[in-house]
Ligand binder design. Structure first.
Ligand code: C2E
Ligand code: CA
Ligand code: CA
Ligand code: CA
Length: 278
């Protein structure tokens, strides 16, 4: 009894607090989800502008909940972070993404996969070694993997972030900065850190179509990235207008509903096959 009351999680049980109660249930469900394999990945392709080719996808987690259906990440990632399940969740996501990458490679249709990494998962001291072991177990080279990190990670502890990124980059894994432009960060990290790709946040892309100043800003950001040797990927490309403008500005890749929503692997394979059909 003493043991179970020391588990530390009763902190969420408010006396007569419905919210706390359902949160506790969700937490127990999430623990179960991790051990009974209820997480699924959907994949959204990144299209190379100009050629229209697809070289890589982003893995996005969903939870196939036994009674509540398919839950989006916003419904459970904060909870996972709060109750200390994020590392385990990320390990599961990484394993599934690399399994899929190995399958694509075995079929002769190799694709790189990008995995989202929260700051709390990046600070694990042995992360590069653990990822290397996961790659090795599947016979994959590190270049199939890209990690998407956020600007807040870069700002928390600059020296430490730099050390972590350099070690990851030296192992051959590529690094993308997600939601670029939304953090309150200085741009100095672009000079100092080994960044391969910037993912321009949707909030810059959405207003481009009807706002010349918004479009000019995007064009300048693309130029900035290129002058530093960094690839630029636009998120939230929802229509042909944005797609065409980004192409004209020399943006490298685009991701968004205009091309496709994130799809389960089998549906993505079908989508790719239909695209490549003559
Ligand atoms: P994100 O990394 O910025 O991922 C892009 C999100 O934008 C995805 O939402 C995607 O479905 C959505 N999206 C893609 N194209 C469009 C578009 O054209 N228009 C609009 N309005 N939205 C678009 P999703 O899958 O719900 O993921 C939400 C967030 O959850 C992600 O944002 C990411 O921060 C987080 N996330 C997802 N999977 C993981 C994961 O495995 N680990 C971690 N740590 N975070 C994850
Ligand atoms: Ca992302
Ligand atoms: Ca993003
Ligand atoms: Ca986001």
């Amino acid at each position: 009894r003493a043991k179970s009351s020391r588990s530390g999680h009763h902190v969420f049980v408010g006396a007569d607090d419905d919210h706390g109660d359902s949160r506790l249930r969700m937490m127990e469900d999430l623990r179960g989800a991790l051990s009974s394999d209820e997480l699924v990945l959907h994949y959204q392709p990144k299209i190379e502008l100009g050629t229209g080719r697809v070289h890589g996808v982003e893995a996005l987690v969903r939870w196939q909940h036994p009674s509540r259906g398919l839950l989006p990440p916003d419904a459970f990632l904060t909870l996972a972070e709060d109750v200390g399940l994020m590392r385990e969740l990320t390990r599961i996501v990484m394993g599934k993404a690399l399994d899929q990458a190995a399958l694509w490679r075995a079929r002769g249709t190799p694709l790189t996969v990008a995995v989202n990494m929260s700051p709390s998962t990046l600070i694990e001291a042995d992360l590069p070694e653990r990822i290397a072991a996961m790659l090795r177990a599947r016979g994959l080279s590190a270049s199939v993997l890209m990690l998407e990190i956020t600007e807040d990670f870069l700002m928390e502890d600059r020296a430490r972030a730099r050390d972590i990124l350099i070690r990851l980059r030296e192992s051959g894994i590529r690094i993308a900065v997600d939601d670029f432009g939304t953090g309150y960060s200085s741009l100095a990290y672009l000079r100092d850190l080994p960044i391969d790709e910037l993912k321009l946040d949707k909030s810059f892309v959405f207003p481009m179509a009807d706002d010349a100043r918004a479009a000019a800003l995007v064009a300048s950001i693309i130029e900035l990235a290129h002058s530093l040797g960094v690839r630029m990927v636009a998120e939230g490309v929802e229509d042909a207008v944005a797609y065409d403008e980004l192409t004209r500005y020399g943006c490298d890749e685009a991701q968004g509903f205009h091309l496709t929503r994130p799809l389960p692997a089998a549906a993505l394979d079908a989508w790719l096959a239909a695209r490549n059909a003559p």
